[in-house]
Ligand binder design. Structure first.
Ligand code: HEM
Length: 468
């Protein structure tokens, strides 16, 4: 029987940090460290506790089995919170990520097909081209420090635009106004709005909200540009309607088909969603991986040797089989995501009355699932604090995989996970194959810290490399 079965059944009877009248626990929360506070309270109050931010009451769950149980029970019992859905919709990306119920169900198969491993494998030559551009960019940097996250976001956006929209935007080789400088501002503002006491921006726009509007305008214009280019291709080649070659073509074809229930706004919302969901997550995971490898030189040397063996005389991978040989590098990626999951918490809202761990959860209850606590708990992992990629290569790794869930779980698990892992290995093999890694450090010269800005990012990092 589960240890939590003996927990109180009413939310009001759960333990939790004492709050103040009116604001609840809001004064104890610093946005960029929200996840650390929730993890600390989990250590004090256990696997299920309550807390309040102004009028919004939350139940926080720290047990990975409970998180998996709830995440599997979607879309019926749990879904994204109304606040996330509304805020994302207002910003123009109320697509797959922000939808619930029937609307989510209609969109999911199309996105899954677009990120299917077979489709991604066919796209591999274009991925090689993007990696070559990344390599040239870093060669040009010479001895100068490379702003790591900025360059990685150029890489991830170029990959998504090529794969999902069939457009070669090549921000890696263009400076000046690029789409990333607008995207950078969007998810942090979404996060800020999800934690705000009420939807104040509908009545009063603060300077940050006005700036956001400017960035959203530029971002929306870029999204419309992708759609217009795809429509143009489809006009020139009507065959693309029958056999779309990527996500945007499939969505446009469905939008134009009567009875599919997809509107222009849904196409645009999903184009925006793919850009936002695929940029930050993958780029920050690579940044965390480089940070961890630079602090564990033995692992860096082993990964480098593995990459150079697989690449032979190539400096950038040119064949998928080369990446498939990178067993240790793959383990480093999983170990990075265990320690530094870019989504350390998943907020959800109950769509109907239910019980979880014997606690009665009425419809509308806000729940937060902590995704790192189980993956760093000595109950499930030996030496949980250690960076030990080999744990993923041992025979009992199956259990490890069930507890660490960086891509979520159940029917809404990340559809981009195969692409993300391939992109991570491609970027890392490009770096380790073509360069000696000299250092990775915080741009401000201080300690590298965790910051939550919707995704979990390290402080801005600088990379130094020497071309081989
Ligand atoms: C290392 C990289 C990535 C990580 C760690 C990651 C993680 C996640 C997580 C935790 C979720 C929520 C899953 C859940 O609710 O159970 C998610 C959802 C999602 N991800 Fe990713 N992701 C990554 C890369 C990508 C990429 C490259 C794309 C595509 C371009 C993508 C597209 C999406 C979408 C569309 C959803 C919403 C799915 C739904 O609600 O049905 N992600 N991702």
């Amino acid at each position: 029987m589960h240890a939590l079965a003996a927990s109180p059944t009413r939310i009001a009877d759960l333990p939790g940090p004492a709050g103040l009248p009116l604001i609840g626990n809001a004064h104890q929360i610093e946005r960029a460290r929200f996840h650390l506070r929730l993890e600390q309270w989990r250590a004090e109050y256990g696997d299920a506790y309550r807390m309040r931010i102004w009028a919004r009451r939350f139940v926080v769950f720290g047990d990975p089995h409970l998180a998996a149980e709830a995440l599997r029970d979607r879309p019926g019992t749990f879904g994204r919170t109304a606040r996330v859905s509304l805020a994302a919709e207002e910003m123009g990306f109320g697509g797959l990520f922000a939808s619930n119920g029937e609307k989510w169900r209609r969109q999911r198969p199309m996105v899954m097909a677009a990120f299917d491993p077979g489709h991604i494998r066919r796209y591999f030559p274009a991925l090689v081209q993007v990696a070559q551009r990344l390599s040239r960019r870093w060669q040009r940097a010479g001895d100068a420090p490379i702003p790591l996250q900025g360059d990685l976001m150029r890489y991830t956006v170029d990959v998504i635009a090529g794969l999902a929209f069939g457009t070669d935007i090549n921000t890696l080789e263009h400076d000046g106004d690029v789409i990333q400088q607008h995207m950078d501002k969007i998810l942090p503002m979404l996060f800020r709005r999800t934690l705000a006491p009420f939807a104040y921006w509908r009545w009063v726009k603060l300077p940050a909200d006005r700036q956001l509007d400017t960035h959203l305008d530029a971002f929306r214009a870029a999204v419309q540009g992708f759609i217009a280019a795809a429509r143009e291709r489809m006009r020139a080649d009507p065959q693309l309607r029958e056999s779309p070659t990527n996500l945007i073509e499939a969505m446009i074809a469905a939008r134009d088909e009567p009875g599919q229930g997809l509107r222009d706004a849904d196409v645009a919302a999903n184009v925006a969603t793919m850009l936002l969901a695929g940029e930050d997550t993958t780029a920050n995971t690579i940044a965390w991986m480089l940070h961890l490898l630079s602090r564990h030189r033995w692992a860096l040397e082993r990964a480098t040797a593995e990459v150079r063996r697989a690449l032979g005389s190539d400096r950038v991978p040119t064949r998928l089989e080369q990446l498939e040989q990178l067993e240790f590098l793959d383990a480093c990626a999983h170990e990075t995501m265990r320690l530094k999951p870019v989504a350390p918490l998943l907020p959800h809202q109950a769509a109907r009355d239910t019980t979880l761990a014997g606690i009665s959860i009425p419809a509308g209850t806000l729940c937060i699932f902590l995704m790192r606590t189980g993956a760093t708990d000595a109950k499930h992992f030996s030496h949980p604090e250690a960076f030990d990629p080999d744990r993923w290569l041992r025979e009992d790794a199956a259990g490890t995989k069930r507890i660490s869930m960086p891509f979520g779980a159940g029917p809404r698990m990340c559809p981009g996970r195969y692409l993300a892992l391939l992109e991570i290995k491609m970027a890392m093999a490009t770096l380790l194959g073509g360069f000696d890694l000299l250092s990775v450090s915080a741009a401000d010269g201080g300690e590298v810290e965790e910051r939550l800005a919707f995704t979990l990012t390290p402080s801005p990092l600088e990379l130094r490399v020497r071309a081989r």
